[in-house]
Design a protein. Sequence first.
Length: 111
Amino acid sequence: MSAPDILALPRLPRDAEGPVFAEPWQAQAFALTLKLHEADAFTWTEWAEALSGELARDPADDGSRYYEHWVAALERLATERNLATQAELRARKGAWEMAYLHTPHGQPVHL
């Protein structure tokens, strides 16, 4: 499977024009995955298998948690490929949480 086969991914939320995102972070996770693939961090087959594995862990998901599974697959590949450690991922999540908790409503979150 190649990156242009993105629409072949299981349960990808989409409309007639392609993938759809309910939140900006979903589009960012999507874009980061494509960039990491382009940088040869993982093959598209490896990505599809990682995402499928995450989706299989939650067969009752109605699609509303799709990008949570997406991020979980991305984090797993990132740690397996030594792109980031679990501690680095936890620290980044903590920094984002602090940033958004201290950002006024309607304003962009800055790290």
